[in-house]
Design a protein around this ligand. Structure first.
Ligand code: FE2
Ligand code: FE2
Length: 458
């Protein structure tokens, strides 16, 4: 038997599924807020519909169809057209991602609180996919689709013992007008800075007059950045191998500058630690790693990049680049460097560190531009890959925001240098949203159109 979505029989069945879902119970163990889900009025649902969920520490205590006044009892009200809810409840669209992209509107409540509970939201949706559901205006109940609607592409072998030709000797030569080649030329022009040339004399004097709590913040941020740079230096190689094997010569040439720059970033932060901090404080910096940091840098990043060694398919490339370029570089590093740089500039502190971060930010913007290009061409070549990207980004959102949250936790309400957690969160989420929006356009483009656009823009 199937139930029409957002009706009382559907709500009863949904509640039953939520309460059976042990993963939801675990993920939502601290959640104590009623949530209302609203369907916008449309020809298929003329008056709209509203569902009030009484969610309490992993339990769904009640699920009721209510009127507008009834939905006001909720702490959070989420509203979307029926088509969008269909995407979500069929497992084709991530709920938090849809919220960030503005496809689901938050009429009441705070965005951060929802984003921090992305796993619980996902489990709630998973519970709904277990309810036999049909949608208003549909004659027949649709079958529940598989969680991942995209079949993985057949693995492409990395084996290549010989070659048939040399690309650059052909009539096309090197494609200097392509985006990767333009980024390669930019990298040679402006990315040639030497971390050893940075003057840390004033930084040493600044460091000596800062207090213990201020030292702690700078050490923590530096340790996280240095660890991040080491990770990206180590993990880029499988992607280089993959594009080289596909004969993408210009991309491979750009990636040689990419790896060189990541190595310099790592060198830069370590030099600051050795030459400015020094002494026992510069001892074991691993103490600053938190659970979400380890999840991203010890598991997700090496996992997604290393997977390319055995599965270099477009879907695997997309998961790798989403993790590396969109989340680690495009959300975490960019947010961290932006916030850190702004703080040092405002307080006129540590000019050597600030100078290096300014140079490094420019390098990172080329890396991210390449990632956007790669993801855009992958999605344009196979539009069915878009849900793979959405799902990957949705999975990484919570640990990524968790890294920012755990960075501020030790300082309570009094964060040294007046750093504000919400500023970082807001910047991270707007980067995340902007990047997804940019790549989403590829869903209606052909690879040739992407190529032309990239050539024009670079
Ligand atoms: Fe870097
Ligand atoms: Fe980078």
């Amino acid at each position: 038997m199937s139930f029409e979505i957002f009706t009382q029989p559907w709500a009863d069945s949904f509640r039953e599924q939520v309460n059976r879902n042990a993963d939801h119970r675990r993920a939502a163990s601290t959640w104590e807020h009623p949530v209302a889900l609203a369907v916008e009025p449309s020809p298929a649902v003329p008056g709209g519909r509203r569902l009030l969920l009484d969610l309490w520490r992993g339990d769904c205590r009640a699920a009721q169809v209510v009127d507008e006044a009834g939905s006001e009892r909720a702490t959070f009200i989420l509203s979307a057209p029926i088509e969008q809810w269909k995407q979500i409840f069929c497992g084709r669209s991530d709920p938090i991602l849809a919220l960030m992209q503005g496809r689901v509107k938050l009429l009441k409540g705070g965005m951060f609180a929802l984003a921090r509970n992305a796993t619980a939201a996902k489990q709630l949706v998973l519970s709904a996919t277990r309810v036999p559901t049909y949608f208003p205006g549909e004659p027949e109940p649709p079958a529940v689709p598989a969680a991942n609607p995209v079949a993985p592409a057949a693995p492409v072998s990395h084996e290549r013992a010989s070659r048939n030709s040399l690309r650059s000797l052909g009539p096309q030569g090197l494609r200097h007008d392509s985006l990767p080649m333009k980024l390669y030329h930019q990298a040679k022009r402006v990315g040639g800075w030497n971390p050893q040339d940075i003057d840390f004399a004033t930084d040493r004097a600044d460091w000596a007059r800062l207090n213990e709590r201020e030292h702690d913040v700078i050490l923590r941020l530096t340790a996280l950045f240095q660890g991040g740079e080491e990770s990206v230096t180590q993990d880029i190689l499988p992607l280089m191998l993959t594009v080289a094997r596909e004969g993408r010569l210009e991309e491979e040439m750009f990636l040689t500058t990419f790896l060189f720059e990541e190595a310099k970033h790592l060198e830069f932060f370590r030099r600051f630690v050795d030459e400015v901090i020094g002494g026992p404080q510069a001892g074991d910096l691993a103490r600053f790693q938190t659970a979400p940091y380890r999840e991203i840098f010890f598991e997700e990043l090496p996992g997604a990049m290393g997977a390319l060694l055995t599965d270099p398919s477009p879907a695997a490339q997309l998961r790798a680049s989403a993790t590396y370029n969109m989340v680690v570089e495009g959300t975490l590093a960019e947010t961290g460097y932006h916030g850190y740089y702004a703080m040092l500039e405002k307080l006129n502190l540590l000019p050597g560190l600030r100078h290096g971060i300014g140079l490094l930010k420019r390098d990172e913007s080329r890396h991210i531009a390449y990632g956007v290009h790669l993801l855009t061409r992958l999605v344009a070549a196979d539009h069915s890959l878009w849900p793979v990207l959405e799902s990957r980004m949705g999975d990484l959102l919570e640990p990524a925001l968790g890294i920012i949250r755990s960075l501020f936790e030790p300082y309570g309400d009094d964060v040294p240098f007046g750093l504000v957690q919400d500023d970082f969160m807001e910047f991270a989420m707007s980067q995340f949203k902007g990047r997804m929006h940019r790549i989403e356009r590829a869903r209606i483009l052909t690879p040739e159109e992407v190529e032309t656009e990239a050539t024009d823009e670079a």
